[in-house]
Design a protein around this ligand. Structure first.
Ligand SMILES: *[C@@H]1O[C@H](CO)[C@@H](O)[C@H](O)[C@H]1NC(C)=O
Ligand SMILES: *[C@@H]1O[C@H](CO)[C@@H](O)[C@H](O)[C@H]1NC(C)=O
Length: 501
């Protein structure tokens, strides 16, 4: 089944020498080029997915908590796998705390009925071992284990902090010995229960196109307490094949060479900016999947001078984002950012949504809106396919879960990919479908990044090695499909929560 799901390229890590272009950018505050946003290149999803081979993170990943990590997973033809997870103290993945070595087996089951385009899998863990890279890391883990009775028994199997030995591997789980301390640590590998593999050809600045293979694994619940029970319905940031990854990717190379005793130390990144420069138009790099299960593309414009923003959320019924269901336009204001105390490298902002428009893009959604109480969505009058209506006067659109006015507590981060393209990471939505409408619910991890189409370049103090790969606008325009099975009406009513940004 073909699918056009374009994920962002190899991100987070910068390389190369300072160039004249950068000097120009720093002086004038403008990009030396004006990327026009293009349609992502087509992808092929491999069904059933072929997992054999080594897969690596393309940069420093942030999981809810926050946890900073890199991953290196290898699957063999005999269903066995070996997975390294390297955890760090810092958001640039330069100070390793501990490494996990996870061994087990994986069996693909069937195409997922919940997440279209994904395959469900069963996995078994054979062994999980940990190597602490400092005494402090050992103390952190025993501290966590000490919180429960089962955990205290596990903590006794670890050495006391004073006799910590660099390089020693301690077993957290052994299927053969019937020992398992992973539960007490809150560790799971449920990410292996949902998989998708995609291929695409990436144009190269000065060479033929490059084959890129990506492995999407299940998402991690944003609430730590739910993690062990949650079965993923969305994805994390994809791993890329260590053999076929987007280039350049210095992180990929370092991670593919590492092991539990030699955790990868990623190259330094430019000083993380405290103040974001949001101004400009930002778009999804591909079709995005959210847990419980929405396919969408996003497009935002931030007006820096008056702190107002507008966004389009194009929703689709398929994992290639080809069959539109409805589009939401939202607009409002946002506050000045402050450095996040909880997520180093992130910026806290507050967003207000004061206006919204809705455009039904298929017959099922049109009929649903047409049958809804006039006071609940858009006032008196009929809905018709493809016609936008203002829902501000009815305080939103209840059938779609849109309530106005609305406030969200946000976490943002801005980076540059190795090709010099600006990336904007917006906070992960709570996995339970609620919205981060109190400061306590502010995200601690990020969604797939948006890319800058035009606007003022963020003031990165680092180079601009190549012209970026250009991208066209996403979403919107396609022809409307001839109708969608009735059950998707229920999906629309039941699963759409307002997830603004
Ligand atoms: C802010 O400025 C932009 C562009 O100049 C304009 O389109 C928008 O309406 C303004 N928003 C507010 C709330 O004033
Ligand atoms: C919406 O309602 C109007 C008026 O009741 C009707 O004419 C129209 O056919 C309906 N459209 C759909 C798609 O149900």
């Amino acid at each position: 089944m073909p699918a056009a799901m374009l994920p962002y390229a190899c991100v987070l890590v910068l390389l190369g020498a300072r160039t004249a272009e950068v000097a120009g950018m720093a002086r004038g505050g403008h990009l030396p080029w004006e990327p026009s946003c293009q349609q992502p290149l087509p992808h092929t999803a491999l069904l059933p997915p072929r997992l054999e081979g080594p897969w690596v993170s393309t940069g420093c990943e942030v999981r809810p908590g926050p946890e900073f990590l890199t991953r290196f997973y290898t699957f063999s033809a005999t269903r066995l796998f070996r997975a390294y997870q390297f955890y760090y103290w810092d958001p640039s993945c330069r100070q390793p705390a501990l490494s996990l070595l996870i061994k087990g087996s994986l069996r693909l089951r069937r195409a997922s009925w919940v997440t279209r385009g994904a395959t469900e899998a069963d996995y078994r863990l054979h062994k999980v071992g940990v190597v602490f890279h400092s005494r402090r890391a050992l103390l952190r883990v025993t501290g966590r284990l000490d919180r429960s009775r089962a955990g205290r028994a596990c903590a006794r199997q670890l050495p006391p902090a004073r006799s910590w030995l660099p390089g020693a591997l301690y077993e957290l789980l052994s299927a053969r010995a019937g020992r398992d301390c992973t539960a007490a640590l809150g560790f799971t590998m449920h990410e292996l229960s949902l998989v998708r593999v995609q291929r695409r050809l990436q144009p190269q600045p000065r060479a033929g196109p490059q084959l890129v293979e990506e492995l999407y694994l299940g998402d991690i619940h944003t609430d730590r307490a739910e993690r062990r029970h949650y079965r993923p319905t969305g994805y994390q940031r994809p791993l890329q094949s260590a053999l076929h990854h987007a280039r350049p990717c210095p992180a990929c190379v370092l991670i593919a060479r590492s092991d539990e005793h030699h955790p990868p130390v990623l190259p330094p990144r430019p000083a993380l900016r405290l103040r974001l420069r949001l101004r400009g138009r930002w778009v999804s790099a591909g079709c995005e999947v959210r847990p419980a299960v929405l396919f969408l593309t996003r497009r935002f414009t931030f007006h820096g001078h008056n702190r107002s923003w507008e966004g389009y959320y194009h929703h689709f019924s398929d994992p290639a984002c080809r069959q539109p269901t409805f589009t939401v336009y939202a607009a409002g204001r946002y506050t000045r950012g402050t450095p996040s105390a909880k997520v180093r490298g992130g910026t806290d902002l507050v967003f207000q949504v004061t206006r919204a428009h809705v455009t039904p893009m298929d017959q099922v959604t049109t009929a649903m809106l047409n049958f809804s109480e006039p006071s609940s969505c858009g006032g008196p009058g009929a809905w018709s396919l493809g016609t936008e209506r203002d829902v501000t006067a009815t305080n939103g659109c209840l059938p779609l879960g849109i309530r106005l006015p609305h406030v969200e507590y946000e976490l943002f981060k801005m980076e540059q990919d190795p090709l010099g393209q600006s990336l904007l990471f917006i906070g992960q939505r709570p996995t339970d479908g609620s919205s981060p409408d109190t400061p306590e619910k502010r995200p601690t991890s990020y969604q797939a990044p948006l890319v800058l189409c035009d606007g003022v370049a963020p003031d990165f103090s680092r180079p601009q090695p190549h012209r970026p790969l250009l991208q066209k606008p996403l979403g919107g325009g396609g022809p409307c499909p001839q109708g969608v099975p009735l059950h998707s009406l229920l999906l629309v009513v039941g699963l759409v929560f307002l997830q603004w940004l």
